[in-house]
Write a protein that binds this ligand. Structure first.
Ligand SMILES: Nc1ccn([C@@H]2O[C@H](COP(=O)(O)OP(=O)(O)OP(=O)(O)O)[C@@H](O)[C@H]2O)c(=O)n1
Ligand SMILES: O=C(CO)[C@H](O)[C@H](O)COP(=O)(O)O
Length: 379
């Protein structure tokens, strides 16, 4: 992906009460696979290296909750800001922190481009963020759109149809949106109370107060906003589906083993998201920690060592120490390569019995261990 040449930061409004979803917990703090919804959106932003600061705006009573989420999930580059009574007021509070540099704990630079993204839209990818940022740099404002699924109609005072819009000409405005910071900030400064209390569209503010016609960028279907209870179930299904679509291949530093890892990576990458790493498990590897916190649940661990149980035990220990919620089964496939001219496997029968016993034990923790022995006679 092309590097971004401007300073970019993001504001995530997360200060709502989730009335339409119902329940005591505002939707952004509802757990999906054990992790709060807001944490998915923060993580999506955090994974993008060219986003400098992430402002999460929450209601005053949820500031401590948000801070503990940041701590628990190890979020970086995040500042928590007090929200307002409406979404626009919350976003304005988030922007003010950059403009007035009023954050008490960190020095925040005013970005050239600011992304605004609802904290309840967890599936935002780098690709669409890059598109809206690039378009905002050129046009002053940009936002993701989707085709309408229903026709928009207006009712008259008598409750009967007044008129109907031609669906093909209209789009649903989604998020993310991006703006030249000065444009959106000036727009918010000029807003009336009516705008701040009843408005629902940031792009409209840029048009109304700064005469900026936003560029509209076609977004993907999973940018939708979690609004009703059914959306939580849909989001959870997507998360589960994504989890089953990624695998991490771990090899040690030995060339022959790393080579097998590389070949596997090449053959699997068209079907699933594969991360292949070559490390020494005895060291506390930060790359592996990052993969754990990215919530990868499938691991293929290749080695040619005689004592494979130690290796797998180290991996399980590291997994347990990480914050990955073990609500979803972790699959660990241990591939033992026997690279010798000898027809016998280098792994001993006793070691295999140990692995089986170990697999039975960790199954209780929702970690499924499988073993595969491969004899490579003519390496
Ligand atoms: N005072 C508010 C209201 C909303 N939001 C945020 O704006 C985003 C989109 O708003 P919406 O889906 O309307 O959230 P809620 O206001 O919480 O939902 P509802 O309208 O059903 O109460 C959410 O991330 C929400 O937390 C905010 O930061 N501050
Ligand atoms: O789609 C959007 C921007 O265009 C916003 O997410 C939407 O307007 C939020 O509005 P509401 O708080 O009324 O759900």
């Amino acid at each position: 992906m092309e590097p971004v040449s401007v300073a970019v930061s993001a504001v995530l409004p997360a200060g709502g009460s989730g009335e339409r979803l119902g329940g005591a917990t505002p939707k952004q703090f509802c757990g999906l696979q054990g992790r709060p919804l807001v944490s998915y959106a923060v993580r999506a932003m955090e994974r993008v290296s060219w986003i400098s600061d992430i402002i999460v705006v929450v209601s005053p009573e949820n500031i401590e909750t948000m801070k503990s989420i940041i701590e628990k999930y190890g979020h970086k580059r995040v500042t928590v800001v007090k929200g307002g009574v409406t979404r626009h007021r919350s976003i304005f509070n988030g922007l003010k922190v950059f403009a007035e540099n009023q954050s008490s704990n960190r020095l925040l630079q005013k970005p050239e481009v600011v992304i605004i993204h609802d904290a309840v839209r967890p599936f935002v990818e780098e690709d669409i963020l890059l598109k809206v940022v690039t378009a905002a740099k050129e046009h002053g404002a940009a936002g993701a759109i989707r085709p309408l699924v229903s026709t928009v109609i207006a009712s008259g005072e008598d409750g009967c149809l007044d008129h109907s819009l031609e669906r093909a000409r209209y789009r649903a405005s989604e998020m993310p949106q991006a703006f030249l910071f000065d444009i959106i900030y000036q727009a918010y400064q000029q807003c009336t109370d009516h705008d701040l209390d009843y408005g629902t569209e940031c792009l409209h503010l840029a048009l109304k107060y700064c005469k900026t016609n936003a560029k509209l960028v076609e977004g993907t279907a999973d940018l939708w906003k979690v609004t009703y209870k059914r959306d939580l179930y849909a989001a959870e299904s997507i998360i589960k589906d994504n989890l089953s679509q990624q695998i991490c291949i771990i090899t040690d530093l030995k060339e022959a083993v790393a080579q097998v890892g590389f070949l596997l990576h090449e053959s699997l990458k068209s079907q699933v998201k594969v991360e292949a790493i070559s490390i020494s498990l005895s060291k506390n590897d930060s790359h592996l920690q990052n993969i754990f916190s990215g919530e990868c649940y499938n691991f293929l661990c290749i080695n040619d060592k005689e004592y494979a149980t130690e290796e797998i035990q180290q991996l399980v220990d590291m997994l347990e120490k990480s914050n990955i919620p073990l609500l979803y089964p972790i699959v660990l496939i241990l591939v033992h390569l026997s690279i010798s001219e000898n027809i016998f496997f280098s792994i001993e029968l006793e070691e295999l019995t140990k692995i089986k016993k170990f697999a039975r034990e960790v199954k209780k923790k929702n970690i499924l261990v499988y073993g595969l022995l491969i004899q490579c006679k003519h390496w």
